[in-house]
Ligand binder design. Structure first.
Ligand code: ASP
Ligand code: MG
Length: 468
């Protein structure tokens, strides 16, 4: 069966106009494919609103979640009244009202308890997708397409790591096929809730924020789809941030490794976990723009293109600090690095880059600036004795730095490319504070002062990407 799985993100299904547009795309594509399966996010901002309701309730606020419930009802009702067939409106509205009632009851319970567990939070945030899927399916029916909404809690089987659950692939595949194949065979388009799954006991879990892309990939792999298309609100993956570089452009083809680097280093186009399940099965993955559907978008494939060593993109991550633990007495002492990173982990700070000189006199790592105070405090407590004995001299941070990452196949093994990059920065008199032990040979990262960040990106874009 030639099947395409299409995932629509929040902005693609967040208003009357965008739902109209997205459903037109589905109608159009259902003429081109033997079967179409659709995965949807919540409407834009709905997940945030649900979280806000739950959190304020946990803080004892009994009002905010009620007004959120009212707004959510109004938003969905508006779409139903405009886009769903008259005779179906009451039924769909009842589904929405039911979910919103559950949301309010849970928030009320949370406010009584004064706390929210990750498990309760997952049920609460699941309502965004669970409200949207029945609406979209009804809109499709109005447009003449047989369609049924399907909750992914019956498809994606996960562990019980609430809020960041891991799918169990074999179970997910079996469930997905069992539930969806009969629908697809009778030409019914399933509209599946993104973002959510359930553990073996049937409790709702979520795959982490932005996880609907991942859901799309999981459904696509489980069904052995021919292609997976991620519909979003940009034309594809760009060579860089167009706010920084005016002639940034869409990259037509990227290899899986390249896009992984981009996902990791700040290009928020795709949830990083989306790529591997589909790529491992050689299913092409496309990123397309709902609001410019004629534009081909970006295609992601397993193997890099023939042109080895091409630089595809340059990205920047801002608001970072370089934390250094330094001291002469550290040399040869085992366990310092492990203890350092245990401190960072305890403070739940994510480390973007690590470097340790071979002299072993310092360990440096890059973390977001807002986690610096707590990390330094934790390190000072952990190493109180060593600091006292002057084995460690100080723990300090250099703030106002950014990481600029250049991505392209085999960048580091293509001679001359690294020097071209450093040459471009040198020509613009941009001082490099550190060079990353990049996370793969598909990228090279440099740390520069925040003031020089945008200039570094422009310089690399002009000299290395445009002049490839
Ligand atoms: N609605 C979820 C979120 O906002 C999942 C997604 O949209 O991908 O995180
Ligand atoms: Mg997203």
């Amino acid at each position: 069966m030639k099947l395409v799985v299409m995932k629509f993100g929040g902005t693609s299904v967040g208003s009357i106009e965008s739902i109209d547009q997205s459903t037109n795309i589905i109608v159009e594509q259902s003429k081109n494919w033997e079967a179409v399966a659709v995965v949807v996010s919540a409407m834009t901002g709905v997940t945030d609103a649900l979280i806000c309701g739950a959190e304020t309730a946990a803080g004892g606020d009994e009002e905010t979640y009620k007004s959120i419930a009212a707004t959510l009802l109004a938003r969905h009702r508006e779409v139903i009244e405009k886009l769903v067939a008259q005779e179906e409106q009451a039924e769909i509205l009842a589904v929405i009202t039911g979910f919103i009632g559950e949301f309010s009851n849970l928030c009320s319970a949370v406010s009584t308890l004064g706390e929210i567990t990750p498990r309760a939070m997952d049920t609460i945030v699941s309502f965004g997708e669970r409200m949207n899927a029945p609406v979209i399916a009804a809109v499709l029916r109005k447009k003449g397409i047989a369609s049924a909404s399907v909750s992914a809690k019956n498809l994606i089987v996960t562990d019980s790591n609430f809020q960041k659950a891991m799918p169990m692939m074999d179970e997910t595949r079996a469930q997905t096929q069992k539930v969806l194949l009969p629908l697809l065979e009778k030409k019914t388009v399933p509209v599946i809730t993104g973002f959510i799954g359930a553990n073996k006991a049937g409790s709702i879990t979520t795959l982490g924020r932005g996880g609907s892309d991942y859901s799309g990939a999981l459904i696509g792999t489980s069904l052995d789809a021919s292609e997976v298309w991620i519909w979003t609100d940009v034309d594809g993956v760009m060579t860089t941030d167009p706010r920084i570089v005016k002639d940034a452009h869409v990259i037509p083809i990227l290899s899986a490794n390249e896009i992984s680097e981009l996902a990791y280093f700040g290009a928020k186009v795709l949830h990083p976990k989306t790529i591997w399940p589909v790529i491992e099965r050689d299913i092409p993955l496309w990123v397309k723009n709902t609001f410019n559907p004629k534009f081909p978008g970006t295609k992601i494939i397993r193997e890099p293109e023939a042109a080895e060593g091409r630089v595809k993109a340059v990205t920047i991550i801002k608001k970072l600090s370089l934390v250094t633990v330094e001291g002469r007495g550290m040399m040869g002492v085992p366990g310092i690095a492990a203890r350092t990173f245990a401190c960072v982990a305890r403070q739940k700070a994510s480390v973007l880059m690590i470097s340790q000189a071979s002299s072993e006199q310092s360990i440096c790592f890059v973390i977001p600036t807002d986690s610096v105070p707590k990390v330094i405090k934790e390190l000072e407590t952990e190493f109180a004795l060593e600091l006292d004995h002057a084995d460690i001299n100080r723990v300090w941070s250099m703030d106002n730095i950014v990481i600029v990452t250049v991505v392209g196949t085999a960048i580091r093994s293509t001679s001359g490319l690294a020097s071209k990059i450093f040459g471009a920065l040198g020509a613009a008199k941009i001082n490099i504070i550190a060079i990353a032990q990049g996370s793969s040979e598909y990228s090279i990262s440099v740390i520069v002062n925040a003031d020089a960040g945008d200039a570094a990106v422009r310089q690399i874009h002009a000299e290395v990407i445009n002049h490839n």
